[in-house]
Design a protein around this ligand. Structure first.
Ligand SMILES: Nc1ncnc2c1ncn2[C@@H]1O[C@H](COP(=O)(O)OP(=O)(O)O)[C@@H](O)[C@H]1O
Ligand SMILES: [Mg+2]
Length: 238
């Protein structure tokens, strides 16, 4: 479970997040919806340890205080982060981009190979792209590659920042299908997706939070399960 306790942050002297409290259960896909500038990216970057927040707050993953884990060690805990701007290394192939975060945390090659096979079963659209240079991908293909790279390390917590922004409908459908396969393949995983347009997420989240004027509230209505049959979803806060 991911827990945010009293998380407050200011950027350039302006308060962006005010005492955010949230519990996001394992085996759930949570969405954070908020307009541009609401603080969605800031919140994900706080979870990754890239942005400081007020000292009275905390971020816990399965009870472990992430303040004790440096940002570059967080992928080792199984935390994967897909930023909104698609940051792939253009001089690497897609496959090299996918393997890179595993190599950074010195995962043995056999384990990386197994991870690659699993990720390709979740995002099969990546298979024909593996040998291509990341520089020649379309925007949508790059978003799929960023999803794959995020899943290479994200076995416990996956953070995806506005993945549907700018995706053509056919790719948005493939992306949604990949997320549904992901829930089936890794039922223990917590998935956190941000979005400014809640309609883009209509088939995905099990729970939706709204981020507005620095405060985050859970939507009581409209909770739905997109999980395959047999997988029980646990609402946030349980
Ligand atoms: N590097 C920065 N310098 C100044 N202001 C920033 C910076 N990054 C974000 N902000 C401000 O912080 C607020 C939250 O931004 P952000 O987390 O990017 O929102 P979102 O991802 O929801 O669009 C916005 O008002 C934005 O202008
Ligand atoms: Mg953002």
């Amino acid at each position: 479970m991911l827990e945010l306790k009293e998380v407050s942050a200011s950027i350039a002297g302006v308060s962006v997040l005010r005492a955010i409290n949230a519990q996001i259960a394992r085996t759930s896909t949570a969405a954070i919806v908020g307009r541009n500038g609401a603080g969605k990216t800031t919140l994900l970057r706080i979870i990754m340890g890239f942005v400081p927040f007020a000292a009275n707050g905390s971020v816990l993953l399965d009870g472990k205080d992430l303040a004790r884990v440096s940002p570059h060690d967080r992928p080792r805990l199984g935390i994967g982060y897909g930023p909104e701007d698609r940051v792939l290394f253009p001089s690497f192939t897609v496959e090299e981009n996918l393997r890179f975060p595993c190599e950074v945390i010195r995962m043995p090659k056999k384990a990386v190979d197994r991870r690659m096979d699993e990720v390709l079963s979740i995002v099969p659209e990546l298979a024909p792209l593996l040998a291509r240079s990341a520089a020649v991908l379309s925007g949508g293909q790059a978003k799929m590659a960023v999803l794959g790279r995020t899943l290479m390390v994200g076995t416990r917590l996956v953070l995806l920042d506005e993945p549907f922004q700018g995706l053509a409908p056919v790719l948005a459908l493939q992306y949604t299908e990949a997320l549904n396969r992901l829930q089936g393949a890794r039922p223990e995983l917590t998935i956190l997706i941000t979005e400014s347009n809640r309609r883009l997420l209509k088939d995905i989240p099990t729970v939706t939070w709204t981020l507005e004027r620095g405060a985050m509230t859970v939507d009581a209505k409209g909770q739905r399960s997109a999980k395959p049959p047999g997988v029980v979803s646990v609402p946030a806060g349980s």
